[in-house]
Design a protein around this ligand. Sequence first.
Ligand code: AMP
Ligand code: MG
Length: 345
Amino acid sequence: MKPNRRQILAGVVAGLCLIAAAYYVGKFIDRPAQVDGGYRQVMGTFARIVAVANKPRQARTCIEAGFDEIRRIEAVCSAFKADSELSKINREAFNGPVKVSPELFGLLRKSVEYSKLSNGAFDITVGPVVDLWRKAGEANSMPGAEALAEAKSRVGYEKLLLDANTQTIRFAVAGMRLDLGGIAKGYSVDNAVEIMRQKGAIAGMVDAGGNIYCFGKPLDKAVWLVGVQDPNLENSEPLMVLKLQDYAVATSGDYRRFVTIAGRKVSHIIDTMTATGANKLAGDTIIAKTAMEADAISTAVNVLGPEKGLALIESFADVECILITAGPEYRVVKSSGANSYIMEN
Ligand code: AMP
Ligand code: MG
């Protein structure tokens, strides 16, 4: 039987009601949203946070909390801000023990552990040598052998005295200076992720100057993808793409941050043995369980170079690396388990 006009009209109205009902119910049901907070300037670099949460507003709250946490850690760890806890240590720790917060004490203790692990390649007491090269860059003149030897005599993690009982720090030698530039970004990324999770993020990605942690799954693809930049900057394509879930990656290299002194390129990463810029690797990317670990180890491996660096990585069960030797060779060296994180073309 053919429906009459009234029946057709009733059907259309019922259909429209259903659509409207679905729209309103949909508005109030939690639907995961992925929000990209974009890049912001912090810690002398750029940081980016992406968050997935049950509602867009919640994702945005997570992003702001993440950035706030990175800024909070910068205020504690910066060697450039006179009112940071680190600057207080740098000013006062030779005169007598300086009491520090449990947080900074823990970070300094971890830093010394990474120094021991890397045979001193990673060393936060590198400050006097970093300062010397910065000034040399500003003056565009190479530092003299005497100035280098003098700065080097004030470097060495064994001269940094930590007292766990009193939570105090002391310098054994005058003129020492701590520089957390090789570990604080990674540490801040781990903390930002923790805070985001507490605020309800179900997935996300935090990147502070190439120190990245990815957790959960993004909404727009199966897994978080992170490109490894080719240190040969003539190639604008990423050298490879990493897939990460609940894992960190950090890259150290001299291809973006360096000073040119009298025509010579000097890395911002210091080889503690020679007190000059590290020059054995154009770049190294470390994949590890925490962003702090990836950060510290990436700096250490950049100093150690391909052979010793690879040996260090292979001694860890859950750390992988992709090393790119110095140009013009730019040879790629991968650790034994690195391929499982690399996307096939
Ligand atoms: P990254 O980019 O993580 O490799 O860190 C490099 C930064 O760490 C430099 O800009 C310095 O502030 C600091 N640094 C330089 N050389 C060393 C070193 N051998 N060990 C620890 N930190 C270093
Ligand atoms: Mg580092």
